[in-house]
Design a protein around this ligand. Structure first.
Ligand SMILES: [Zn+2]
Length: 141
C-alpha cells in the first residue's frame, strides 16, 4: 500500500515538470526574403539570417556567392547579387549553408561553433559535444 502511494507521488512530480524540459524545441530553417530589382537579386534579410544561426554575415555571403557563381555586395542588412537568381535556388543555397556550417550532424541542433584545427574547419556542437569536419559528409541531407 505504501509502495503504491510512493509511485503515485512520483508520477505527479514528473507531471509537474515544466514542458520546456521535456519537449525539445525544433530548429526552424531560416527563409530568405528574396526579390529581383532590374538585373539583380536582393536577399533582404541576410543580416537576420546571420543572427538566427549565429554566424557572420560575411561568411554566409561569400558562401552564397561561390555557390551561385556570381558577384555581389552587402548593403546594410541585405545582400545584392548580380543576375536574376531564381528564388528557389537561393533558398536551397541558404539551406545548404545552414546544414553544412550550422546544424550538428549528430543531434541536429544549431548550438554549434566553427573551430579551426590543423587548417581544417570543424563544426563543434555545444549541445552534444560532437565534432565534425565542415567539408565532411552530411548525413541528414
Ligand atoms: Zn550535437
Amino acid at each position: 500500500m505504501q509502495k503504491y502511494e510512493y509511485h503515485k507521488l512520483l508520477d505527479r512530480a514528473v507531471e509537474a515538470l515544466p514542458k520546456e524540459i521535456v519537449v525539445k524545441e525544433r530548429f526552424q530553417m531560416p527563409q530568405g526574403i528574396i526579390f529581383h530589382e532590374g538585373n539583380t537579386t536582393i536577399l533582404k534579410n541576410i543580416g537576420e539570417i546571420a543572427d538566427r544561426v549565429n554566424r557572420e554575415v560575411g561568411q554566409i555571403f561569400s558562401y552564397l556567392l561561390k555557390e551561385l557563381g556570381t558577384a555581389g555586395e552587402i548593403d546594410g542588412d541585405r545582400a545584392i547579387f548580380q543576375g536574376k537568381i531564381p528564388e528557389s535556388r537561393m533558398q536551397e543555397c541558404i539551406k545548404r549553408y545552414v546544414k553544412r556550417y550550422v546544424l550538428c550532424r549528430e543531434c541536429g541542433r544549431p548550438d554549434t561553433k566553427l573551430i579551426k584545427k590543423n587548417r581544417t574547419l570543424l563544426l563543434k556542437c555545444e549541445a552534444c559535444g560532437a565534432i565534425h569536419p565542415v567539408a565532411g559528409k552530411i548525413k541528414r541531407e
